[in-house]
Each structure stands twice: as structure tokens, then as C-alpha cells.
Design a binder for this molecule. Structure first.
Ligand code: 16G
Ligand code: MG
Length: 544
């Protein structure tokens, strides 16, 4: 390592004194103007990680669903997965080192992680459409080059596309071609194959309105839609030509406000969906004939997909295990439906894709979705091989072979590297077409329990710590007991609190038998947090 060169270059990306940031749930995220040094340093870190793993590492510049003024960065590990936890710590140390300490911290990481500095390094970079992203990705490149790493800058990409590129490059192209063209082709081919047997129930069924959150999803879906236009026609809204990124639109807005985004025309019973700002989340929704808004969220996506998968899996023999992974935010009705009606095992993990992803790997086929629409289905290598073999060796008209073929296309259609709004959308559309289901019929799988999410400002959100997949607060003393007492007051109720991993706030979740009760419970729990966990600013108020 040429540490003098690092020091010189770093002076051009100097860290503001005293600023400390944490590698959070999905990397660093804050106001874009505070991130130049972090980007440069993540370029450095990506080189070390690449040398250590002897593989290509990805760096994505995005702040997902957060406001346009924010930005962020996360590293992608060799198999398209989130950065390993021990390296998150290195990332935090490196980002927070004061300028004079930078070389020492860099050497330290190299030693602790046993990095062979003579190894070559290769880093791929992608960015979203934020005005700040281009300059920030240049800072990443500066970091990569000063340590002698090679790089390929993909420019504008969705986050899942960058994960895909990393995965392709580290499996010598076996997973697919590491280009956007390769991505479009792989997914579209699987989609077209899968929907071949679909009963064509008129044009209405094959049209989908997509709110792209004024983000990167619009650009990529516009490029891609010609590849699958025979099977599905998508109409893009909030495509970035007018509105502001994530402003009053996008999956996060729709899910948290439980209302439609601005900028989309919805007729009753039309199927619509929203992506978030970097296109790794998707939620569906529609207006019922009664004019009411209906949200079809990540939990219902998981229910649709797992009920669809059960049939072909049974057909090929039931030796492959199927499981669903959720977080504490999963609606109680969805968990009950999966366990009691579908008879599928359900696990609960902490919030954040890496936790779900990890747990899903314990099954042959692991369906994981957060309620906010972030998720995918993972097939173990053994399951994939078994399915592919059956699809090849059985007789043409064998029912078992048809089931295996269908599963094979499903494997190809899911972005196995991470949750992906585009890939999930195509899977959902294929299932609806194959099953001849309308969005209302899908929504009717079960009825969501009314729920409410709130935020509480506290002086230090770390005073709250949780256990049992964030469903129980162990600190501060008395908080969990207070929550338990409040929950007892309502029917079918549940509530939990957790410090956000992406914002400086505490999140409160409550559900109950009616919206009014869910709202009251959420308010009362917020008040308990405010009182027991050092609330600041205005006290929580009742009513929404
Ligand atoms: C990040 C996570 C998302 C999670 C959210 C929770 C990834 C790629 N993204 O956006 O999965 O739902 O954080 O945010 O892991 P919170 O901690 O602020 O509630
Ligand atoms: Mg996102």
C-alpha cells in the first residue's frame, strides 16, 4: 500500500472534524454533503475486501427510499450478499478515522483481516439517479485507484442490478452475463417461459401501472419492458421526468402512509405497484369498487409466492423444505395464514435484508419478505440441482417434469443475489397470470389486521435494546412491562419498539382488531417510549 499516496488523495476528500457515522442496516446513509470522505474510504475498503476474498466486490451509491438530498453507500460481497458483519466494523472504523490516523487504520484492517496485499483487486460500482450520486461515485473510484484496484463503473443501476453483476462476475458468468442486457435477457426469458402456459384472460389482466418513485427503476424498466412486452405491458408513472425522487411516491411512502402515491391515475380495481428509489422494494395496491384503498404488501407477496410454490414442489416429491422468513413487522394475519392455512414453517428475524437472507438459507427453498416489500426466494444449490435434473431427464409429457420446468423458470426469474423489485414484479405477474387471479383475489388470501407505525424522537436511541427478533425490549427498564400492560387493553393486539437502523429515531409498531384501536395502542406505546427512553421535542399526540 502506498500510504503517502493515500494521505495525499485523502486530503482531497477530507473528513469533516468530529463527524462520526455508523455502517447501519444497509450501509452509510446521511445528507449527501457529508459523504465525500466516506465514499473515498469505501473505495479503499472495497479494494481490501476484494483482495481478501480474491473476488469482485460491489459498491453501490444510493440512499434508497430516503429523501433526494440524502445519499449513502453499501458494499456488496462476492455472492451478491450484504457485506459480512466483521467488515461492517472495519467500515465504521475507516469512515470515522481522523485524517492523520487513516493510514494506520487502513494497515490495521489489512492485518486484522489477513489481507494479502499482493493480490489483485476488482471493484464494480453502481449509482442511483440522485444529483449527488455521480460525484460521490467518482470519490469511490478515487479510493479504489489509489490502492491500485481495478474497477468497472456501471454508472446508473438499480441496487439489485449491481448485486446481480457482482454475482455473475464471481461465478464466471454461470449465473448470467454481467451486463444490463444480460440481466434483462435472463429475467425476461424466464418470465416468458413461465407464462407460456398462462390462460390469457384479456388485455386488462396484462397491464400493470408502476410508480417508479422518480428513481432509477423508471430508467431500467423503460429499457427492459420491450423484452417482455408480449406477456406484460407496464405503464410507468413517476418516471423522474417531473417529480422529485421519493417525494409523495414510491413503495416506502405507500406502505407507511397506507395511501396511493401522487402522480398515478388509478381506476377502480386496477392493479398498481410502487418501487422504492433504488428498486429493491415493491408493494402492490388497488382501489376497490367502493373507492377504498387496498395495500398488498410484502407479507401478501410472500403468501402468494409460497402458496404458488407448494404445488409444483409437491408434484416433484416433497423432500425439499419450504420456509418463510419474516420480521416483527409482518402482519399477524399473514403469520397465522402461513402457519395455520398453508402449513408452512415461519421464522422471524431482525429487520434488514441480511438477517432474513441468512435465515432463508436454512431452507431448501427460503421465501423471505419484509412487510415493506423487500425480499426474494432463495433456492439452495442442492434444490436447484435436483430441480434442473428432473427438468432434463424425465419424459416430455410427465407431470413431474412440467412441475420441475416451472420451478426452473422460477429460479431463473428470482434475483438470487438479493430482493429486487423488477424481478419480484415479474414473478408476481407470472403467478397471477398462471393462476388467473385478480389483485382482489390475491388480496383476499387473508385480511390484514389494522396497524400503525409511528416514530418517536429520543436523545439517544441506543438506550433501547431488544431481543427475540426485536419483539421484546430489554432496555430501558420498565418499557417492556409498560408495553405488555397497554397491549392487554386491546383485542388481537401486538406492539413493539426498536431503534431505527437508518434514522435517528425509535420506531413503534402496533396492531389490533380495529384501526382506531391500533392507532390508540401505537399512540400509548409512543408515549411510554417518550417517557421511559428519554424523549425529546414535542410529546407524542393522539390522532393521525
Ligand atoms: C434498510 C434495509 C431494509 C429495512 C430498513 C429498516 C436493506 C438492504 N435495507 O433500508 O431491509 O427494512 O432498513 O429501516 O437491508 P429502519 O431500521 O430505519 O426501520
Ligand atoms: Mg431500497
Amino acid at each position: 500500500m502506498d500510504l503517502d499516496a493515500v494521505t495525499k488523495q485523502s486530503a482531497l476528500h477530507a473528513k469533516p472534524d468530529g463527524l462520526t457515522l455508523q455502517y447501519g442496516t444497509a450501509g452509510f446513509r446521511t445528507k449527501a454533503e457529508h459523504l465525500d470522505h466516506v465514499m473515498f474510504r469505501m473505495g479503499l475498503l472495497a479494494v481490501l475486501r476484494s483482495k481478501q476474498t480474491k473476488a469482485t466486490i460491489g459498491v453501490m451509491v444510493t440512499a434508497s427510499h430516503n429523501p433526494e438530498e440524502d445519499n449513502g453507500v453499501k458494499l456488496v460481497d462476492p455472492l451478491g450478499e450484504m457485506l459480512a458483519p466483521s467488515w461492517e466494523e472495519h467500515a465504521t472504523c475507516l469512515a470515522n478515522a481522523e485524517e492523520p490516523d487513516l493510514p494506520r487504520v487502513l494497515v490495521d484492517i489489512g492485518e486484522k483481516a489477513a489481507v494479502n496485499l499482493h493480490q489483485d483487486a476488482f471493484v464494480v460500482i453502481g449509482r442511483d439517479t440522485r444529483p449527488s450520486s455521480e460525484k460521490l461515485s467518482q470519490s469511490v473510484i478515487d479510493g479504489v485507484t489509489v490502492l491500485g484496484g481495478q474497477f468497472h463503473d456501471y454508472g446508473l443501476l438499480t441496487t439489485p442490478q449491481l448485486h446481480y453483476m457482482v454475482y455473475c462476475r464471481n461465478t464466471s458468468g454461470q449465473y448470467g452475463k454481467a451486463t444490463t442486457e444480460g440481466y434483462y435477457q435472463k429475467l425476461s426469458t424466464a418470465f416468458v417461459e413461465l407464462t407460456k402456459q398462462a390462460f390469457c384472460s384479456g388485455d386488462d389482466q396484462r397491464t400493470l401501472k408502476v410508480d417508479c418513485a422518480n428513481g432509477i427503476g423508471a430508467l431500467k424498466l423503460r429499457e427492459m419492458k420491450h423484452y417482455f412486452s408480449q406477456g406484460l405491458s407496464v405503464q410507468l408513472f413517476n418516471d423522474g421526468t417531473k417529480g422529485k425522487l421519493n417525494h409523495l411516491c414510491g413503495a416506502d411512502f405507500v406502505k407507511s402512509h397506507q395511501k396511493p402515491p401522487q402522480g398515478i391515475e388509478m381506476k377502480s380495481n386496477e392493479r398498481c405497484c410502487s418501487f422504492d428509489g433504488d428498486a429493491d422494494r415493491i408493494v402492490y395496491y388497488y382501489h376497490g369498487a367502493d373507492g377504498q384503498f387496498h395495500l398488498v404488501d410484502g407479507d401478501k407477496i410472500a403468501a402468494l409466492i409460497s402458496s404458488f410454490l407448494k404445488e409444483p414442489l409437491l408434484e416433484i416429491g416433497d423432500s425439499l423444505s419450504l420456509g418463510v422468513v419474516q420480521t416483527a413487522y409482518a402482519n399477524g394475519s399473514s403469520t397465522r395464514y402461513l402457519e395455520e392455512v398453508m402449513k408452512v414453517p415461519v421464522c422471524c428475524t431482525k429487520t434488514g435484508v441480511k438477517h432474513l437472507h441468512h435465515k432463508a438459507q436454512e431452507f431448501d427453498i427460503g421465501v423471505y419478505f419484509e412487510a415493506n416489500g423487500h425480499g426474494t426466494v432463495l433456492f439452495s444449490k442442492a434444490a436447484e440441482m435436483k430441480i434442473k435434473q428432473l427438468a432434463k431427464e424425465l419424459e416430455e409429457d410427465d407431470k413431474k417434469r412440467k412441475a420441475a420446468k416451472m420451478l426452473e423458470n422460477v429460479i431463473d426469474l428470482f434475483n438470487q443475489a438479493t430482493g429486487d423489485a423488477i424481478s419480484d414484479m415479474l414473478v408476481i405477474e407470472a403467478i397471477l397470470a398462471l393462476k388467473g387471479l385478480t389483485v382482489q383475489q390475491w388480496d383476499a388470501l387473508y385480511a390484514d389486521l389494522p396497524n400503525r407505525q409511528l416514530k418517536v424522537k429520543v436523545a439517544d436511541r441506543q438506550v433501547i435494546s431488544t431481543t427475540d427478533a426485536e419483539r421484546q425490549a430489554v432496555k430501558p427498564p420498565g418499557l417492556q412491562e409498560a408495553i405488555n400492560e397497554l397491549v392487554k387493553k386491546y383485542r388481537l393486539s401486538r406492539a413493539f419498539v426498536r431503534p431505527s437502523g437508518t434514522e435517528d429515531i425509535v420506531r413503534v409498531y402496533a396492531e389490533a382488531d380495529s384501526q382506531e384501536n391500533a392507532d390508540s395502542l401505537a399512540y400509548e406505546v409512543s408515549l411510554a417510549v417518550f417517557q421511559l427512553a428519554g424523549g425529546i421535542g414535542e410529546r407524542p399526540q393522539p390522532g393521525f
